[in-house]
Design a binder for this molecule. Structure first.
Ligand code: ZN
Length: 144
């Protein structure tokens, strides 16, 4: 990865931290779940509004570090409009991007790739993944 790309990715995270997308409580949500990282002090609620099998809307609120907030912002943006199965698949790829050996990012949403650099900081991986875990938990509570 070139340093230009590093800078681009850095700017995506800074932008989403400063102006988080979908940063609101979702009044008509069909499910929600909470994600916490006590080590860092990150605490978020993720809401989903399902229409059939599709995520019609996604939003989050809470407090935490720049990485956790940017990741939640990117996550809600990425899963909106996706089916539950597509969101689960994206979760798996995202998790693998940060914890596994695979580095093939083909087809990953552009902004989400910006978080791949977090992999170099194992202490921060939880910051990046907690809202994704909450999203998946909300998805699964929906299908019960
Ligand atoms: Zn954090």
């Amino acid at each position: 990865m070139t340093s230009d790309l590093d800078e681009l990715y850095q700017s995506v995270i800074l932008d989403h931290n400063k102006s988080p997308r979908n940063f609101a409580a979702l009044a008509d949500a069909t499910s929600h779940a909470e994600g916490r990282n006590p080590l860092c002090g990150d605490a978020y609620t993720v809401w989903l509004r399902m229409e059939g099998d599709r995520i019609a809307d996604a939003a989050f609120q809470g407090v935490g570090c720049a990485i956790s907030k940017a990741s939640a912002s990117l996550m809600t943006t990425a899963v909106k409009g996706k089916t539950a199965a597509e969101a689960e698949a994206l979760f798996e790829r995202f998790h693998e991007m940060l914890t596994g050996g695979a580095t093939d990012l083909t087809g990953m949403p552009g902004g989400v790739k910006a978080l791949s650099g977090v992999k170099a900081f194992p202490m921060r991986v939880k910051c990046a993944t907690l809202s994704w875990h909450a999203m998946r938990e909300a998805l699964r509570s929906e299908s019960k």
